[in-house]
Design a binder for this molecule. Structure first.
Ligand SMILES: [Zn+2]
Length: 282
């Protein structure tokens, strides 16, 4: 604690983000969302899975996978989570990789959040419906946790049998964050560092500090990522988050607006809405 909030060059960052308009978009091979790829390895702006360029190009030739992912994203857009889960289940059967299992867990969390959002507090007549929704949401959330634990187990097995690599360790990290197992997450960062992946180590440090509520540290790691040749667009999102938490609302909004122009992404929209709420309550 006690680290001073670093100054953020918002103009420079907005400029960098605006220039991303010319970069051709690529589908994340795990969640199917559109991304602005940067360098040979990039983190999905939605599920945060690590996509490696060479691996992704092989998978994008798998038309059955691409079709399935398109069914999943279309269903989610219509809040039809049951269809999305049934379709994603087929992907899990084909690709028994921890990254897919992790995203399957995220999908369940998203479904659970949707059910919670459907609860109506405004009218007494909905009490019975509400209790059903609440129960369903908690069942789906506990399924999500089980799936993420299974994904973590897959990572551990891959690492101990020599099948795993730095990407596996990163997946282990991001799963631990979603499960809020901070000690396991910390350990994964140390191992990532030992494996020599500086990019994923810095990225993980940024996410770890975001989860731990250490916003000045978050900004320092994000700034490091922006300076690296291999740019991560997510670093800007995390900077906007830190600025929001530090009540630098105008700066946060400028970065989010720039990001919004590049990516139609629920995470970015959600933070923009929170920002809107915070500033309108003045
Ligand atoms: Zn993704």
């Amino acid at each position: 604690m006690g680290t001073k909030f670093p100054s953020v060059n918002v103009n420079q960052y907005v400029n960098i983000i605006d220039k991303l308009g010319t970069v051709s978009r690529t589908m994340c091979v795990y969640c199917g969302n559109n991304n602005v790829p940067s360098g040979d390895m990039w983190l999905c702006a939605y599920c945060e899975n690590a996509n490696s360029g060479s691996m992704s190009s092989i998978k994008l030739k798998d038309t059955s996978l691409v079709n399935s992912l398109s069914i999943v994203t279309t269903a989610i857009a219509k809040n039809d989570f049951k269809t999305a889960i049934i379709e994603y289940d087929k992907i899990i059967t084909r690709y028994g990789e921890p990254g897919y299992m992790y995203n399957y867990g995220l999908l369940h969390f998203q479904f659970s959040n949707f059910l919670v959002g459907a609860i109506r507090y405004d009218r007494k007549g909905f009490m019975e419906e509400n209790s059903i929704l609440r129960e369903q949401a908690s069942i789906v959330a506990s399924t999500a946790k089980k799936i993420l634990n299974r994904a973590a187990f897959m990572c551990k097995t891959d690492m101990s049998t020599g099948k795993g690599n730095d990407l596996t360790m990163y997946t282990m990290f991001i799963i631990s964050i979603k499960l809020r197992k901070m000690k396991t997450a910390r350990k994964a960062i140390e191992l990532l560092n030992q494996l020599g992946n500086q990019y994923l180590t810095t990225y993980s440090e940024m996410v770890f500090n975001a989860e731990a509520g250490r916003y000045p540290e978050l900004v320092n790691y994000a700034t490091e990522l922006v300076k690296k040749g291999q740019l991560s667009i997510n670093a800007f999102y995390y900077i906007a988050w830190a600025l929001f938490k530090d009540r630098k609302y105008a700066d946060s909004k400028r970065i989010l607006d720039a990001l919004n122009k590049q990516l139609q992404n629920e995470t970015i929209i959600a933070l923009s809405n929170e920002l809107e709420k915070a500033t309108s309550s003045y």
